[in-house]
Design a protein around this ligand. Structure first.
Ligand SMILES: [Zn+2]
Ligand SMILES: [Zn+2]
Length: 183
């Protein structure tokens, strides 16, 4: 079975996803008796405008570029809050710095990740069969919320690069051999 790989980060202005997230955040903050600051909603909206994985400092930079001034530590604290509220998921691919992505509320956007061991690029794959399979698994005395799956390997770009490097190495060594033979 060959599955379609899709690039994370397609621009998706998605009010359909933002609205339920906003509602969930409001309920969470009310429940925790925390302030409903405009910063929290602005950061949430920014996160929900794309399905891309992101680093916290990149998100901070983007907010700054759009004229939204919040300190980096506020962004970090807010992301932490969103993780606890189940609005954002934290990923750690290999030994890369942590990345985050939005968690759509009430919709199944499950996907797994292909991580390149050479360049670190992460691609996403949606596999309905796998989602159904894992969704149907029942563990006694354990209640499943979600699953996370990382597949490590070498991406197409790096495969091409490695092949080229191999070929050029082979070419130089045969050229060297010819040279020595001519002498
Ligand atoms: Zn790669
Ligand atoms: Zn993802």
């Amino acid at each position: 079975m060959i599955l379609r790989i899709f690039a994370h980060g397609m621009a998706m202005k998605d009010d359909k996803l933002y609205t339920p997230a906003r509602v969930a955040l409001t309920a969470y903050l009310k429940g925790k008796k925390m302030r409903r600051t405009p910063e929290r909603y602005a950061i949430l909206e920014k996160i929900f405008s794309t399905d891309a994985h992101f680093h916290v400092d990149d998100l901070h930079r983007k907010l700054e570029a759009e004229g939204y001034h919040v300190s980096l530590s506020t962004v970090y604290a807010t992301i932490q809050l969103f993780v606890e509220a189940g609005l954002v998921r934290r990923h750690q691919f290999g030994n890369q710095p942590a990345q985050y992505e939005r968690v759509p509320q009430g919709v199944n956007e499950s996907h797994h990740h292909l991580v390149c061991n050479v360049c670190g690029r992460v691609r996403a794959v949606k596999d309905p069969t796998l989602i159904e399979l894992i969704g149907n698994l029942r563990y006694p005395t354990f209640k499943t919320d979600f699953f996370s799956l990382y597949v490590y390997g070498i991406c197409s770009r790096c495969q091409k690069k490695l092949k080229k490097e191999k070929e050029s190495k082979a070419a130089t060594s045969t050229a060297k051999k010819k040279k020595t033979q001519n002498h």
